[in-house]
Design a protein around this ligand. Sequence first.
Ligand code: GSH
Length: 267
Amino acid sequence: MADQRPTGLKASKGIELLTWGTPNGVKASIILEELKEAYGKEYTWQAININQNIQKEPWFTKLGPNGRIPVIVDHDQGGFAVQEGLAILTYLTRHYDPDHKFSFTDRLDISRAEQWMAWQHGGLGPMQGQANHFNRFAPERIPYGMQRYTGETERLVGILDNHLKTNDYLVGNKYSIADIASFGWVNRLRFSGVDIDAFPNLKAWWQRILARPAVQKGLSVPSRSGFGNDLYLQKLKDDKEYAQKEHDLKDAIQKAKDQYGYKYASP
Ligand SMILES: N[C@@H](CCC(=O)N[C@@H](CS)C(=O)NCC(=O)O)C(=O)O
């Protein structure tokens, strides 16, 4: 299924998800799997391979003008389309979480959840995304960019770790869309050059969420990425050549930090 190149919508009722297995993509597939498990709410999905730039095609940008995944279309609301993770998480719970299993009724908790989701959109996602870019995808290795964005990612996850010292979840001690928003990024920390073992409260939160059956299913839409913290570690064990490359990258990030006198500080 993931091999077929989508050229338009395929469903005519319910929610249709257009996505790829990335930290932002899994926000949508995880909440949809949670709603499916909690309420029997079915959905359909199509794989948008972002390496083939399907997300820039006119049929897609008519639905998600930013040309990025994930996007959902609610065929039961006249084909209403929603882009951006925060907007998708709040739209889906507002319409399809009547018992507030993953959302809140208390106005202050609603605000708390919005604050953590806004923090993810403005902070963790963009900074960790740039860390990946400068560490792995930039055509040349630029030490300043590597240490700047890896360091900023560490600063941000330090904030989560500190908040989770006294809370099992980000808001109201209850698993919610606030947690789902950041989970996909935390799930890739090792790949981004950040040692999750140095953040024990965050690591426990990550494991707690990872253990949920709906999260496991959501991570497999459209297919499970090998870059999650668990599979990444496994690959280091199984593939010596990959392990050596990753070791060299870690060294390069450390050298970049040393070159600019980086010291971990959070907040
Ligand atoms: N703020 C957006 C970010 C969406 C985003 O950056 N998606 C990435 C994948 S994680 C994407 O579609 N990249 C492909 C591209 O940039 O063309 C959200 O949270 O949904």
